[in-house]
Design a protein around this ligand. Sequence first.
Ligand code: 5AD
Ligand code: SF4
Length: 474
Amino acid sequence: MAKYIDKDELSRMSEYIEKLRARCDVFEAEYGRRPRALCETHGCQQNENDTERIRGMLRDAGYEFCTDANEADLVVFNTCAVRENAEDKVFGRIGILKHIKERRPHMMIVLCGCMVQQEHITERIKKVHSHIDLIFGTHALYRMPELLYKAYQSRKTVVDIENSPGAIAEDIPIMRDAAHKAWVSVMYGCNNFCAYCIVPYVRGRERSRTPERILDEVRALAADGVSEISLLGQNVNSYGKDLDEQIDFAELLRRVNEIDGVERIRFMTSHPKDFSDRLIDAMAECEKVCPQLHLPAQAGSNKVLADMNRRYTREQYLEKLNKAKSKIPNLALSTDIIVGFPTEAQEDFEQTVTLLQEAEFDSIFSFIYSRREGTPAAKLESVLSPEQIHANFDRMLKVQNEISRRKNEAYVGRICRILVDGESKTDKTMMTGRTDTAKIVNFPGDKALTGKYIDVKITKAQTWSLYGEYLRKE
Ligand code: 5AD
Ligand code: SF4
């Protein structure tokens, strides 16, 4: 059973939140306004969820929030380490902040999350970027109030990237992004050690929250009017393996399904090797669990899958996918694909293309392999040249876009129930929402519909989204 951070330690953090609040009061007396914090998230939903906690702690400490670094008194970057380009982006942002800090010397800059959990990165930042005030890793998130308070008192960069097997901190304040949907972490960490992946090194070992805590959180959210719950974990199929109680993810889904006020349940991510019949049955039988499955395949060639340490074959993957398709009507499928894993030869890549054609995913998240220091694959030389890898990547996208568009076109004419998310970010004249299959639907409508379930008639399909007409109830 995972270790929980004890109550005394958490109340010590509450005291630091009060100390920070006193600092904010002094700031207000001097500047005539509350200090403003900018929180930026890089990476996955787990990071988004962590940033919601960072914002919760800062809100309780008396900060206001802004979106422009030129106006910020505190900047927090919650970073990602999964691919090199995510790290490059943060280094770019750090460079820009250096210039802003020259004009605003009181500005406090904080880096946290997966990227800085890696010692070689933190060493580089300390050496080259002395304008960073505080660095803390994924295990120290709950200690942010104490660390921030200390950073205000120190002239040197404060660093806390202590590695730990990982404990769970409950009841950290949280400020959620949306009022109608929420992420709920069911477990943290990963034990799979896929050959290319940094996650197990920066997020620690798998540890599950107890069902009571998860269900209490979902009940409280539902009581607050949150109707869509996304259960989060790097590998939700391992849920419960480390608990004393006999429970697996399928059973957890069934229990969440019983909570009044919850209308939709989603989850991610499932590892194909542990994706079980029990889970397929739970998805098929629980009416609130959305017909949507994200099952990362990563590659279509058995040789590459073995080299990646994925522990399933292409045939096993497709068999599970087909079983899910046959038991869950109207199931929408998505996957992750890596192109250019070092041992991937041209004939292996062709197997990825045929996998996409056979599986017919609604959408894919595709990535060019990125070498991650400290992972087993980092020692391997690439079989293909960067030019060949890029050409393969482009060709794969073409194949997939055609499939995605075809699958979306099948929606035209249908009436779909969507949960309205709000104004479309790309087209301000449109509202946007999602079907139970997670398809984005844009439609002309009123902002007041945000957070409501409405029926729309689908009128047009594009590769990544649908357009519809709001069907008003008479
Ligand atoms: N290079 C490219 N993509 C990666 N992913 C994880 N590690 C790497 C890497 N080193 C992808 C996988 C995973 C997704 C979250 O990111 O496809 O499922
Ligand atoms: Fe990374 Fe594999 Fe764990 Fe996913 S299952 S987080 S790809 S090691």
